[in-house]
Ligand binder design. Structure first.
Ligand SMILES: NC(=O)c1ccc[n+]([C@@H]2O[C@H](COP(=O)([O-])OP(=O)(O)OC[C@H]3O[C@@H](n4cnc5c(N)ncnc54)[C@H](OP(=O)(O)O)[C@@H]3O)[C@@H](O)[C@H]2O)c1
Length: 321
């Protein structure tokens, strides 16, 4: 089969297309003929070996897995001995992150626990946008115990996770303020955001608004910056952001909130069937509408990564096999 391949950590230009053996599913796995996948922040980190902590999982000096890609959208080709929920021919979506990645390839094996039927109303391409990004957005909002009528601030509302977070927060009946660059404001508004803060001309710390829930998805802010934006019983959930923001969340975050009625948490989303099922349902009901910014063929994988790195994407970058 044809697969995206990288030998060592480094620039995304080193990604190539290489013939690889079709993987054999283990007892609890399914083999999927993958039709489409999508690019996420972690897929870029996997190839570059950056930020450095990622190597604790992917291999210290050299990568343990050479075919990147997590989002799976395709048709089951073969099932392992213990798999009873699926059969060859089933259309599915899933997440290969915990099964050794490998989704930027014509075939990929995935733990059957993180596979669900594909949304009936979506193409393979649109389905491929959902597994990591939409599930992360939903998990983050649920971790923050989102409630109807709440004021929610989403810092990092473009890219992969952000647009789903805006749509899902709106579906819970929240009033959403989205922080993004001005050039993508129209896009974020079309996702349903009620208010936009353009971080290139404004600073969300500068107004007097307070929020019941703040999601930190991107940016370089400190945990005390976010805490100041919460209502007296508000909740902050850290999803991502720069290395500085990420490490600040782990070091100072829990201490800052020790004696506070405000709540703090860090999301570390691990693929799970329940969340995938919920996202499938939301997609079928039209609660979330995937937005594809650009589609690349597997042959163009290196261009897809470069496009991601250019920062032009508003919505998902899809790879078709
Ligand atoms: N916790 C988890 O389990 C989990 C799971 C998945 C992803 N993540 C993390 O979530 C983060 C986002 O992932 P992603 O795939 O959505 O990334 P992405 O596609 O790269 O999107 C990030 C977006 O943030 C925007 N941005 C940059 N600086 C900003 C700022 N100062 N304020 C507001 N927005 C800013 C950028 O768009 P504009 O500047 O053009 O607006 C960019 O589109 C990453 O840090 C990733 O590691 C965490």
């Amino acid at each position: 089969m044809r697969a995206a391949y990288f030998e060592n950590y480094g620039s995304v230009e080193h990604l190539m297309i290489k013939d690889q053996p079709v993987p054999e599913p283990e007892e609890h796995e399914v083999l999927v003929r993958n039709h489409a996948s999508s690019l996420n922040f972690g897929n870029v980190g996997h190839v570059k070996g950056e930020p450095f902590f990622i190597r604790a999982f992917s291999g210290l000096n050299s990568p343990k897995k050479h075919v990147p890609g997590g989002d799976v959208s395709g048709v089951i080709e073969k099932v392992g001995k213990q798999v009873t929920r699926f059969k060859p021919g089933d259309e599915v979506m899933g997440d290969a992150a915990d099964s050794g990645f490998g989704a930027f390839a014509e075939y990929v094996t995935v733990n059957s626990k993180v596979i669900v039927p594909k949304p009936v109303n979506l193409s393979y391409e649109k389905t491929a946008t959902l597994p990591l990004a939409a599930c992360t957005a939903l998990s983050g909002l649920k971790k923050g115990n989102i409630q109807p009528g709440q004021n929610v601030l989403i810092v990092g509302s473009t890219g992969s996770v952000g647009p789903f977070a805006v749509q899902i927060a709106k579906s819970f009946g929240a009033e959403v303020t989205a922080v993004c660059s001005g050039k993508k404001a129209g896009f974020v508004r079309s996702m349903g955001a009620d208010h936009i803060i353009d971080y290139t001309t404004e600073d969300f710390r500068d107004n007097d608004n307070a929020y019941d829930l703040v999601l930190g998805i991107a940016g370089t802010h400190s945990m005390s910056d976010f805490k100041k934006k919460l209502t007296p019983t508000g909740t902050y959930v850290n999803i991502g952001g720069s290395m500085k923001q990420f490490s600040n969340a782990f070091t100072t975050g829990p201490l800052l909130y020790l004696f506070s009625r405000q709540k703090f948490s860090i999301l570390m989303y691990m693929a799970d069937q329940k969340t995938l099922q919920e996202v499938k349902k939301m997609a079928e009901e039209g609660t979330i509408k995937p937005t594809i910014t650009k589609t690349f063929s597997l042959d163009q994988i290196s261009d897809a990564y470069s496009y991601y790195e250019s920062g032009h994407a508003a919505g998902k970058i899809v790879i078709t096999m």
